[in-house]
Design a protein around this ligand. Structure first.
Ligand code: GLN
Length: 534
């Protein structure tokens, strides 16, 4: 029987509930239990796909093509399981279903209300995920902070669900912050007590408190939290700031976090096998060298916008015992050649990530021209690949004025164009080419070297593609098309064989990299960057 773990947050947002939930998932997996997760987001967007990365950070894409919250990326990386459409639930998607049912007349004349119709729909999403994954444990994280008006239907649904399923089958972990007051030299527990009071006012009593803190929590303060918040003393868990997020599961394991969870859920205690993870953390903490990798993009002020790219770079670094420093470069600062050269002079590798719209494009093209001409290891992702093709067309293949029709509909050489299947699509929500598609890799290429396979599957999120009309011309000019869709119509990977590492892909490799299993294309980049230092 599946046991349910609800995770709520109090005091402030951005507590890292996702990392805490993902870490618990890891600890349960390390005990041989299966784990599924769900992220409930209280906003009205049907999914985060239409939101600006400045608002919401990265949009994480699942194999089955859902555009989801970036926390799903943490869950996939920690738990090493692929999640799906049903793993991310928003208020918008819940209301959409309920309103569609109402329009069809499914409610037989009833007044449609938050309770029971919205709450029933939320509970049915929990059950739907349970039926799909049939996990031993289902972790459900509620976005936002307790007390937010918009998360109330989710909190009410948990209250009902917990009551219906009975004691020992569902628990609530409440994550809070203990602020440190330097003037008195104290960690303060009052905000956490208040946030538990708010939770209780909705009828929810937490079983476990996970407290984010910058300093060790003294026993007296832990005991105080246990007393005032009515949780047992061993259920007050400290979650201190760590150098690396991958240390969090081990820090929580030291405090018997998973043991407490299993006890509260009347589940069998099992030995955890965390050897591989411990080795990983050992490698993270003892790098042999440091390399600097630039990410040249548009949303560089908010690193969350490229979080999976950053994590993938780190994962590949661990493999080569290298600490990877990220240099954020706003591509708009690279339009001037001298400035572009100055910004790139101290980096050993460059990633041009995905993106949308014309802003920053000329700077990206300049960055790519520079790395191509100076043999600096380069990985282009989605828009990054489209820019690499435009740059090559303009400066090597003699197609002056080449562009993407995304940026100039009437350009002379539209080397990147809207995919045929996209031409009649109206509306932006969930309408791109999304999710996993197969790709065939040509033997004897750099892509084949790193994948070691001719058939791969990768996740996509795009509307535009390399225009097939120009492929022959680009090939003649030296661009190698090393990965194509199975029907040979869609360019998936391009590369330049004479350079150490110049590879670009139409898909998003960053969604499939795992800390213990870095992605081949990131490994290729980092290996070339490491080699360039010796
Ligand atoms: N804007 C480009 C497209 O729609 C690239 C998208 C991306 O980088 N995710 O094809």
């Amino acid at each position: 029987m599946t046991k349910y773990i609800f995770i709520t947050g109090g005091v402030v947002s951005s507590l890292g509930k996702g990392i805490i939930g993902a870490s618990l998932g890891k600890l349960l997996r390390a005990r041989g239990y299966s784990v599924a997760i769900q992220k409930f987001d209280p906003y009205i967007n049907v999914d985060p796909g239409t939101m600006s990365p400045f608002q919401h950070g990265e949009v994480f894409v699942t194999d089955d093509g859902a555009e989801t919250d970036l926390d799903l990326g943490h869950y996939e990386r920690f738990i090493d399981t692929n999640f799906s459409q049903i793993s991310n639930v928003t208020s918008g998607s819940v209301y959409q279903t309920v309103i569609q049912k109402e329009r069809k007349g499914d409610y037989l004349g009833a007044t449609v209300q938050v309770i029971p119709h919205i709450t029933n729909e939320i509970k049915s999403r929990i059950i739907k995920a349970q039926k799909h994954f049939k996990p031993d444990f289902q972790i459900i994280e509620i976005g936002g902070t307790i007390g937010d008006i918009e998360s109330l239907p989710f909190i009410e649904s948990i209250r009902q669900f917990k009551t219906e399923i009975g004691i020992g089958n569902a628990i609530n972990i409440h994550c809070t912050l203990l602020p440190y007051l330097p003037t008195s030299g104290e960690l303060k527990t009052k905000p956490s007590q208040h946030s538990v009071q708010v939770l209780r006012s909705y009828g929810l009593q937490p079983e476990i408190l996970v407290c984010r803190t910058s300093k060790p929590i003294p026993k007296t303060e832990k005991d105080k939290l246990a007393l005032f918040c009515s949780v047992s003393k061993d259920a007050v868990i400290e979650c201190r700031d760590m150098k690396s997020i991958y240390e969090v599961p081990l820090a929580l394991e030291d405090q018997k976090f998973a043991e407490v969870v299993l006890k509260l859920l009347y589940s069998e205690q099992r030995e955890a096998n965390l050897d591989a993870w411990k080795n990983l953390v050992e490698k993270i903490n003892h790098p042999q060298k440091t390399i600097k990798i630039a990410i040249a993009g548009k949303y560089t002020k908010l690193s969350d916008a490229y979080i999976s790219v950053v994590e993938s770079i780190k994962h590949a670094g661990y493999e080569y015992d290298a600490k990877t420093e990220i240099k954020w470069i706003n591509s708009e600062d690279c339009v001037d050649d001298a400035q572009c050269k100055e910004l790139l002079k101290d980096v050993q590798g460059v990633v041009v990530p995905g993106g949308f719209g014309i802003r920053g494009i000329e700077g990206k093209l300049n960055v790519i021209k520079y790395v191509r001409e100076h043999n600096i290891p380069f990985l282009g992702i989605c828009l990054g690949m489209q820019c690499a093709v435009i740059e090559y067309a303009r400066h090597v293949a003699g197609l002056k004025g080449a562009n993407s029709t995304e940026f100039d509909e009437n350009c002379v050489y539209p080397v990147i164009d809207l995919m045929a299947e996209q031409k009649n699509i109206k509306g932006y929500g969930g309408s791109m080419r999304l999710g996993a598609y197969d790709c065939h890799i040509k033997k004897g290429t750099k892509a084949y070297d790193v994948y070691g396979a001719t058939k791969i599957s990768e996740r996509h999120r795009h509307r535009y593609e390399v225009n097939t009309d120009y492929i022959e011309q680009l090939k003649r000019a030296g661009l190698v098309f090393s990965g194509m869709s199975p029907d040979g119509m869609l360019s998936e990977i391009v590369e330049l064989p004479e350079l150490d590492w110049f590879v670009a892909c139409q898909f998003h490799p960053e969604f499939k990299s795992r800390p213990e299993r870095p992605h081949p294309l990131f490994k290729g980049l980092i290996q070339a960057a490491v080699n360039s230092c010796v």
